[in-house]
Design a binder for this molecule. Sequence first.
Ligand SMILES: Cc1ncc(C[n+]2csc(CCOP(=O)(O)OP(=O)(O)O)c2C)c(N)n1
Length: 347
Amino acid sequence: MEGLGGLADPQLFNETLEISKWKQETLLQQLKMMLIIRGAEEKLAEGTVAGKIKCPCHLGIGQEAVAVGVSTNLRSTDRVFGAHRSHSHYLALGGSVEGLFAEVLGRVTGCSKGMGGSMHLYDGARGFMGSVPIVAATIPLAVGAGLAAKMDGRGDVAVGYFGDGAAEEGVLHESLNLASSLNLPVLFVCENNFFASHLHIGLRQPSDSIARFAEAHHIPNEVVDGNDVVAVTGAAARMINRARRGEGPSFLEAVTYRWKGHVGPSDDIDVGVKRNQDLTKWKGRDPVRRLAKAMQEKGFLSAERFSKVQEEVSTFINAAWMKAEQGDFPDQAALLDLVYFRKDEKR
Ligand SMILES: Cc1ncc(C[n+]2csc(CCOP(=O)(O)OP(=O)(O)O)c2C)c(N)n1
């Protein structure tokens, strides 16, 4: 069975990116956004180690290019659904960093009023419809949003992000079938990082490529280097434009790697499967460094300007953290307000 081939090899595809077709301004925005996502997740790792964060945080450090590449093509009326590792999906749409920090700290100023934590992020105004802990559970919701978008006829699309592990849930296959049969404007985005919790894909599936399931449902698909932000942006543009034109669903498999363990800040280099050598090699395919290097080589970004941008991002992240820590905890009496709703209750 055909698999990922060279894309699964961290020592291949670690060259400088081919950016000549892209606007300097777009690339700079993408670089900044990737730095913000990485900085925010590093802060979450620190906050966990310091014992300030009590909720589980699934960090996606190393995977930033996927959400940034996809989101570059989206508008606020599109509907985007994440999963358990979704800080990047929320932030890349413009979600508030302070809102994320306050949420994981359980403060009322959080993006879900401090009631949800890392796996229940929400920013409806920017089209982020939510992250949830249940693997694959948001994929059919994205299909439902795709059906709504089709009925509305305004050219909006729905996006469902999930990992390679979601392919082991039947609902992904049901969702692909329905989206294909009804020709819905849905972009399925699989972040294939090879792991589901602590199990490597080689121990779970007969092939390491997930796009084969799209093929089975006659859904156009592309498999790209998920650590190459311009490759992701280009593929997502083709797919989202198809959906906006009424040409139905697409499936993007972005091959990437998470630098941290399944949950929390540890590297998880020995979880039964040893990943220390792979991790070192995958850090060579760093999506942030590769974009910065390409921009520097093209003369789009001087070394001084890059340092300045890094400094600005770091100041911004630290300020957001300090502000988030000042937020109040929700009132205990409000604990059930957003969970249960009685029919006779006024809202
Ligand atoms: C339905 C369901 N089964 C199992 C779990 C436990 N679980 C949480 S994350 C995860 C692995 C998911 O792997 P993948 O979809 O590849 O995403 P990644 O963690 O690699 O980003 C599992 C098995 C769950 N949350 N929901």
